[in-house]
Design a protein around this ligand. Structure first.
Ligand SMILES: *Cc1c(COP(=O)(O)O)cnc(C)c1O
Length: 340
């Protein structure tokens, strides 16, 4: 294991830290260049870039994990590559060959190896791939050129004091249209969620839950994480809708709930008026890992699931199984782990 950077690994938050190298590749005249690692963290782009005016951009979020033996590994990176290409396709941006995507991520992690937190810190290296439309342009049309960048930074465990439940409130607003870009990882969805997030925080909640934009009766997801619940008959349930971002963590949990915990599983409607069917609930995503939901505030009433202070037994088991796989302590299903 190479020398580690001089960082207080046990007190990391989720904020920007400039690491030594980032990857950058340009698409011009119909093809990608080879891409390279650079040290400068500033991008110089045309004032006419479509990413700045028309939101022609998408991104991904993933992590590199340090194992007990000091190795570094990625969790299902080809799923991130596939999802970025789905976003790129809808936003009329060039796709990135999956091998180029994963190779770029590996290059960045290797070049910044000193910033991959030690195994026992619970911290990880957060990786942010980014695809943006650039070049001289003013019309609301696809850009003439594109940048694909990957940068990274060490981040702390989401649960600073162990895994503790968080309360959410239900938003009156929508983050995405019924058949719009909700299922894609694009910046526009986040622009639409900044104000509802601000309102939720101001009222003392961790974040807000969005309901389906057509009827406002069904849970969609949290602004940055998918929702799941454990029913009173031990079924792992997560909402199904075209405007939910398909979380890789969520699909991993669906698999683990079924194959490892031997629970029944379902992707189906979750009615906000029927929260009583769940004994546990949580939010899941790369950054959130699993955030247990203490309660959900809806129409002036806080519906509490397992407890506002303690994590339910099934949520705990799911969390330990997922993290065990990500940090290399539990054998992973085929193809989930890619060594750096
Ligand atoms: C990225 C993201 C998630 C989580 O997806 P993962 O693949 O599990 O990291 C959930 N919801 C939204 C809106 C997201 O952008």
């Amino acid at each position: 294991m190479s020398k580690l950077a001089n960082i207080d690994w046990n007190n990391l938050g989720f904020s920007y830290i400039k690491t030594d190298f980032r990857y950058i590749s340009t698409w011009k005249n119909g093809s990608w260049d080879d891409g390279k690692l650079v040290t400068d963290n500033k991008l110089t782009i045309s004032e006419g870039s479509t990413a700045l005016h028309y939101g022609q951009q998408c991104f991904e979020g993933m992590k590199a994990y340090r194992t007990k033996t000091g190795d570094i590994q990625l969790f299902r990176p080809y799923e991130n590559a596939k999802r970025m290409n789905l976003s790129a396709h809808y936003l009329m941006m060039p796709e990135i060959p999956e091998e180029k995507f994963v190779d770029a991520v590996k290059q960045v992690v290797r070049a910044n190896e000193a910033y991959v937190p030690p195994y026992d810190s619970g911290a990880t290296l957060y990786i942010r791939p980014l695809l943006i439309g650039i070049g001289d342009n003013i019309c609301p049309c696809p850009a003439p050129e594109y940048l694909f960048c990957v940068f990274c930074m060490p981040v702390g465990p989401y649960f600073k004091d162990g895994m503790a439940p968080v309360n959410f409130t239900v938003s009156d607003f929508d983050r995405a249209a019924p058949y719009g870009t909700g299922g894609l990882k694009v910046g526009g969805n986040y622009a639409a969620s900044l104000y509802p997030y601000h309102l939720a925080k101001k009222s003392g909640f961790g974040d807000c839950i969005y309901l389906d934009p057509t009827t406002h009766t069904k849970i969609e997801e949290v602004g940055t994480a998918n929702f799941f619940g454990i029913t009173k008959n031990d079924e792992f349930v997560t909402p199904k809708s075209p405007s939910i971002l398909p979380s890789i963590t969520k699909y991993s949990l669906l698999y683990l709930a079924k194959e490892v915990l031997h629970l029944k599983t379902a992707e189906r409607d979750v009615l906000i008026d029927n929260l009583d069917e769940f004994k546990e609930a949580g939010a899941c995503g790369t950054a959130a890992i699993i955030t247990p939901i203490g309660g959900i505030q809806y129409k002036g009433k806080l519906h509490v699931f397992h407890s506002e202070t303690e994590v339910g037994p099934i949520t705990t088991k799911l969390y330990n199984t997922l993290c065990g796989i990500q940090f290399g302590d539990i054998e992973a299903p085929d193809g989930w782990i890619v060594k750096v």
